[in-house]
Design a protein around this ligand. Structure first.
Ligand code: NAP
Length: 280
């Protein structure tokens, strides 16, 4: 019985079905999670179908995370602040509520790596949807200073402006260009480096000066596999984490919102790992 799925375009390479179907099976539930490839013109119809009795909800990915908001009945405060929804929950009366579990998923992944962002200094690469969720997560966790660096600097500046409305007055927020000479200095001061750009899996050049990577850093790459950046960081003694843990954590929060059951994290993590390996 299909009760959940992933709405996006494209969705073919997602490991979410493996992860959620393993979680449903763990509880002996008849639910299935499927892929719903959805071009923009089909989005409103797809969302309307979630209102049917028996549906639990959906995940939403590129390019619909913002556009979907207008089709929902209510938003949780985090999704409203970020301006993006990655999870829809069908309420018992058929109304649809939008959540953003990427934010808490990122923070839980950080915690899994042993890092509490409170009072820390972070360098965030990217200013797209994922960077936006990470930026809000870091602000919510009480980061002391955050530099956002992006290929298109105007987008970094726009994200920093948005984050300012949620940040405390003492939080130092800076926007810069990815190729700015100051990036090395920003990295030298950082406790955490997060790559939230979609570049990097096969990139020849690292997005930051390699010499500034060192043992004091946690380096997170939201890409699901080990990247050249993570390899270089590990070689220089930094702790590293790829994007799979954030994916699992945001999925676990979605599962809990749909079912009210504790997410079987180990089961979901193992299923995601296997599905990702099968794609190689
Ligand atoms: P997005 O909204 O399209 O943003 C893409 C970002 O990457 C922008 O900042 C863009 O810069 C930058 N970028 C793209 N190509 C680049 C290049 N060649 N050089 C430098 N910067 C480049 O995408 P997104 O949703 O934020 O996703 C970003 C990455 O995060 C993807 O790899 C995605 O798979 C991953 N992700 C992971 C999770 C997770 O749970 N682990 C969740 C969401 C996303 P411009 O602004 O200059 O275009």
């Amino acid at each position: 019985m299909i009760t959940t799925g992933l709405i996006g375009d494209p969705v073919a390479h997602s490991v979410s079905p493996a992860m959620h179907n393993a979680a449903f099976a763990h509880y002996g539930l008849p639910d299935r999670y499927t892929l719903w490839p959805t071009p923009a013109a089909a989005l409103s119809g797809r969302i309307a179908a979630l209102r049917a009795v028996g549906m639990r909800g959906a995940n939403v990915t590129l390019p619909h995370k913002t556009a979907v908001i207008a089709l929902l009945d209510e938003l949780d405060p985090v999704a409203a602040a970020v301006g993006a929804v990655n999870t829809i929950v069908r309420l018992p009366d058929g109304r649809l509520r939008g959540l953003n579990t990427d934010v808490a998923g990122f923070l839980r992944a950080l915690a899994q790596a042993g890092v509490d962002a409170a009072g820390r200094t972070a360098l965030l690469l990217g200013a797209g949807g994922a960077a936006r969720a990470v930026g809000y997560g870091l602000i919510m966790a009480g980061v002391a200073a955050l530099v956002v660096a992006n290929r298109t600097p105007a987008r970094a500046a726009a994200l920093v402006d948005d984050l300012r409305t949620s940040a405390g007055p003492a939080t130092r927020l800076t926007a810069t260009a990815l190729d700015d000479d100051a990036l090395g200095a920003a990295l030298a001061e950082a406790d955490v480096l997060i790559n939230a750009t979609s570049a990097g899996l096969h990139a020849e050049a690292l997005p930051v000066p390699e010499a500034a990577l060192g043992p004091r850093l946690l380096v997170v790459d939201l890409i699901y596999r080990t990247t050249p950046l993570l390899r270089a960081a590990a070689a220089r003694g930094a702790r590293t984490q790829d994007g799979l843990e954030m994916l699992v954590q945001q999925g676990a929060l979605a599962f809990e919102a749909w079912t009210g059951l504790a997410a079987p994290l180990e089961v979901m993590r193992a299923a995601a790992h296997v599905a990702l390996k099968e794609q190689v």
